[in-house]
Design a protein around this ligand. Structure first.
Ligand SMILES: NC(=O)c1ccc[n+]([C@@H]2O[C@H](COP(=O)([O-])OP(=O)(O)OC[C@H]3O[C@@H](n4cnc5c(N)ncnc54)[C@H](OP(=O)(O)O)[C@@H]3O)[C@@H](O)[C@H]2O)c1
Length: 364
C-alpha cells in the first residue's frame, strides 16, 4: 500500500459531519444520481430481497442492467423478483436469483462455482448483505462470530472467488455504515483463525469483550463495517499495484459507502418507548443503543439510502471512477475520512492476513 494514513483530525471532522447527516438526513436536499444506461451490464447484489439491496436491484433494473439477486432464501428472492418485474415490466428476462448465504463459506463457494459454470463476467458487484447483530446465534456452525461471517468474511471470500470474472472496468461496492466510527482495533489480535472465539481487538474492541466472551452487539457490528472499508482500500491498492507491475492501466474500482439511517426491515424496530424492554446494563454497555433507538424517527427513505451506492456504481466522476481512484468511503455522494484511513499500513495488512486465515485462502 502506498498511501499514508490521514490525520485523525479529518476522521473526527467527518465523524461529526456523518452524525449530523444521520440525525438531520431527512432535512437535507434529496440525492438525485443521474440515471445511466446499463444495457448489457451484469450486476450482482447480495441481500437483495429486502431493504437497501432490494432498492439497489430495482434501480439497476430501471437502468436496464441484468441483475442477479443473491439471497439466502429462495422464496423471498422470487418475491423480490416479482416486485421488481411488476415495477419494471421490460426487466422480466434480466432479473434473476442466485442462492447465497454469506455467513456460510460452503454456500459462498457453491455460489461462486455455480457462477463460473453458468455465467461469464460481472460488471458491478454489490456486497450488501448484512445483519445488525446476532445475539441469539453469536457463532455460525463454522465457528465464526455470526455478524463478522455475514457482514464481512462472506464478502471477502466471494470477492476473491469471483475476482477472475470481474470485467476490466468492474466496480465492487460495499454497504458499510456510519456505525464504523464506533469500531476499535488493537494490533495484538491473533493472526491465526480461532474458532468460536470473539477475538478482542479484532471482532470487537478489546475493552468491549467481557470475561464471558460476549460483547455489545453494536461494537461487533461497528468493527465489521470498518473492515469493509479497510478491505476496499487494500483491494484497490492490490489492483493498482498489479496493473502497474504488468504495465497496464487499472480501471477496476472498489468503494464502500454509508447509507445513513435508512428505513428498512433491517433497522431495529426500537422506539423511545420500547427502551424499557432492555436491561439498564444492556443500554449502558452498548454504545450504539441510543443511536439505534432514534432510527425509527430519523431514518430516511430507502431510495435515499441506496442513492450513493447506485451513484458509485454508475458515475463517470473522476474521483470515483478515475484510474485507480477506488478505495474510498462515501456518504451522501461525498467522500469521507473513515477510521481505517488513519491506520498504518502494517495494521491494515494484519487484517488481510487474518481474513485470509479465517477464509482459508491465500490471496496476495
Ligand atoms: N438501514 C440502515 O439504516 C443501514 C445503515 C447502515 C448500514 N446498513 C447496512 O445495509 C445493509 C442492508 O441492510 P438493510 O438495512 O437493507 O436491512 P434488511 O432490509 O434486513 O436487508 C438485509 C438483507 O441482507 C440479507 N442477509 C442477511 N444475512 C444474510 C446472509 N447470511 N446471507 C445472505 N443474505 C443475508 C437479508 O436476507 P433475509 O431477508 O433472508 O434476512 C436481507 O436481504 C446491511 O449490510 C446493513 O448493515 C443499513
Amino acid at each position: 500500500m502506498s498511501s499514508s494514513p490521514v490525520s485523525s483530525v479529518y476522521v473526527y471532522r467527518d465523524f461529526v459531519l456523518s452524525m449530523l447527516s444521520l440525525f438531520c438526513g431527512r432535512l437535507y436536499p434529496t440525492l438525485r444520481p443521474p440515471p445511466a444506461d446499463l444495457t448489457g451490464k451484469i450486476t450482482v447484489v447480495t441481500g437483495a430481497n429486502s431493504g437497501l439491496g432490494f432498492q439497489i436491484a430495482l434501480d439497476l433494473a430501471r437502468q436496464k442492467a441484468t441483475v442477479f439477486l443473491a439471497c439466502r432464501n429462495a422464496s423471498k428472492a422470487q418475491e423480490a423478483i416479482s416486485r421488481i418485474t411488476s415495477a419494471v415490466p421490460d426487466s422480466v428476462d434480466r432479473v434473476k436469483a442466485l442462492s447465497l448465504d454469506t455467513s456460510s463459506p460452503s454456500s459462498v463457494r457453491e455460489c461462486a462455482e455455480g457462477w463460473k459454470n453458468t455465467e461469464s463476467k460481472i460488471d458491478i458487484l454489490f456486497n450488501n448483505a448484512g445483519v445488525p447483530s446476532s445475539p441469539e446465534q453469536p457463532f455460525t456452525v463454522d465457528g465464526f462470530p455470526t455478524t463478522y461471517a455475514t457482514n464481512f468474511l462472506g464478502s471477502f471470500l466471494l470477492t476473491q472467488l469471483l475476482e477472475p470474472c470481474l470485467s476490466n472496468e468492474a466496480r465492487v461496492i460495499f454497504t458499510s455504515s456510519t456505525g464504523h466510527y464506533i469500531s476499535d482495533f488493537t494490533p495484538t489480535f491473533s493472526l491465526e483463525a480461532v474458532k468460536n472465539r470473539l477475538e478482542p481487538g479484532f471482532h470487537a474492541p478489546k475493552a468491549a469483550v467481557r470475561s464471558n466472551g460476549s460483547a455489545a452487539d453494536s461494537t461487533i457490528y461497528g468493527n465489521t463495517k470498518a473492515m469493509q472499508i479497510a478491505f476496499a482500500k487494500l483491494l484497490q491498492s492490490r489492483w493498482n499495484a498489479a496493473a502497474k507491475a504488468s504495465g497496464r492501466t487499472n480501471e477496476r474500482v472498489v468503494h464502500a459507502f454509508s447509507p445513513g439511517f435508512t428505513q428498512t426491515p433491517g433497522l431495529p424496530k426500537m422506539t423511545p418507548l420500547s427502551i424499557w424492554k432492555y436491561s439498564p446494563l444492556q443500554v449502558w454497555e452498548d454504545r450504539g443503543f441510543w443511536l439505534l433507538g432514534a432510527t425509527t424517527v430519523l431514518a430516511t427513505d430507502v431510495s435515499q439510502g441506496a442513492a450513493t451506492a447506485v451513484w458509485l456504481a454508475t458515475t463517470k466522476d473522476e474521483a470515483v471512477a478515475g484510474e485507480g481512484m477506488g478505495g474510498g468511503y462515501w456518504e451522501r455522494m461525498t467522500k469521507r475520512a473513515a477510521t481505517v484511513d488513519a491506520m498504518s499500513t502494517e495494521m491494515l495488512e494484519r487484517f488481510w492476513i487474518r481474513w485470509e486465515a479465517d477464509a482459508g485462502i491465500t490471496w496476495r
